[in-house]
Design a protein around this ligand. Structure first.
Ligand SMILES: Nc1nc2c(ncn2[C@@H]2O[C@H](COP(=O)(O)OP(=O)(O)OP(=O)(O)O)[C@@H](O)[C@H]2O)c(=O)[nH]1
Ligand SMILES: [Mg+2]
Length: 323
């Protein structure tokens, strides 16, 4: 039933792969890898949202390699894959990705899902709830987006699909009080995983950021060390914008992990690289579609292979990937 994870990733990143690999093949052609071609490579990588610094660093490494070994045709893709893996495995800031699934805690493991409007919070809560439920965890969703009347209904549908419990707040209710009630219910029911859906908010609106801080304070009154995870949603199609969102949310409530959504809808999946290298916050998950199982734990090496891998790498990855 579940599609092979690597195949899902590859499928989800197909737009990025087709665009980047296609352009690189076109630029490299059958000729020598001279400075003009390397400049074209820089352009292509920047266009795919890898960020200027990373793109330049990567091409510098390619230039150095080209002066030592003859690089032609698809050798360039292989070289890029190797150099990018090396770069992305050693992020500029301390940012090793811890395991995607929560560590054991006493009592409910509480995740706040926050982010700008429409970034994919509610959908991702559905996907995570499904994943947890499939893994046998007693899971509860708290519908604390009381801002839009349709929001509670939307997350309730996801709860039903994932077959998990939900605590709802009335439209217009104080989200902090909904979270208070929800966490009390989680304790009473012995929930192991709690996902809190919050209203979308612009990172520049101080009053809305203050509301998040209030939710945070109130949660701690019920469960002293909650939330155990503050998961910020970044829309992968809006590119580098996500970097400033992450910085602003971090200054307010603090962000412990990131999820980058909608990577299936963009050729600029390269944005994962600056997000990982520059923020110092681990990317935990990526979203590659609108379905309940379109959720992939983020593993840099797999992403690099899904984009730059040759047929043999892809076959190998598919054969060893298991869920
Ligand atoms: N293609 C694609 N679409 C996605 C993905 N994740 C979410 N979406 C879509 O993005 C749109 C917004 O998703 P929501 O989950 O409602 O976003 P939200 O952050 O909860 O929105 P607000 O509550 O209004 O702030 C929906 O149409 C989702 O189907 C993804 O990984 N891929
Ligand atoms: Mg929502």
């Amino acid at each position: 039933m579940t599609m092979n994870l690597f195949r899902k990733l590859r499928h989800g990143l197909a737009k990025t792969r087709d665009s980047v690999v296609g352009s690189i093949r076109e630029a490299v052609g059958s000729g020598r890898l001279d400075d003009a071609v390397i400049e074209e490579l820089e352009e292509i990588l920047i266009t795919a949202d890898l960020g200027v610094d990373t793109s330049l660093a990567l091409c510098e490494r390619i230039r150095a390699r080209a002066s030592r070994e003859a690089l032609a045709g698809d050798d360039v893709l292989r070289a890029l894959r190797e150099e990018l893996s090396a770069l992305i495995e050693t992020p500029a800031t301390e940012n090793a990705s811890p395991p995607a699934d929560p560590e054991r805690v006493e009592g409910p493991y509480v995740t706040f899902v926050i982010g700008v409007n429409g970034t994919g919070k509610t959908t991702s809560i559905g996907k995570l709830a499904y994943r947890y439920a499939q893994a046998g965890h007693n899971t509860l969703i708290i519908a604390a987006d009381t801002f839009r009347s349709a929001a509670v209904e939307q997350v309730a549908i996801w709860a039903q699909r994932a077959d998990v419990d939900i605590v709802r707040g009335a439209t217009g209710a104080d989200p902090a009080s909904v979270v208070y009630d929800g966490l009390r219910a989680a304790l009473a029911r012995g929930s192991e995983r709690v996902l809190v859906d919050t209203a979308g908010r612009l990172h520049t609106k101080t009053n809305l950021m203050a509301e998040l801080e209030k939710i945070d304070r109130v949660a701690k009154k019920v469960i002293a060390d909650a939330p155990h995870e503050v998961l910020l949603m970044l829309d992968g199609t809006t590119g580098q914008n996500g970097l400033s969102q992450a910085r602003r949310f971090s200054e307010s409530i603090g962000v412990s992990a990131l999820m980058v959504t909608k990577l299936d809808g963009t050729a600029k999946g390269g944005v994962l690289v600056p997000i990982r290298r520059e923020l110092g916050i681990p990317v935990r998950w990526i979203g590659v579609g609108e379905a309940i199982d379109d959720l992939v734990p983020f593993e840099p090496a797999l992403v690099v292979d899904a984009v730059f891998g040759d047929d043999e790498t892809l076959r190998l990855r598919e054969s060893i990937a298991e869920e």
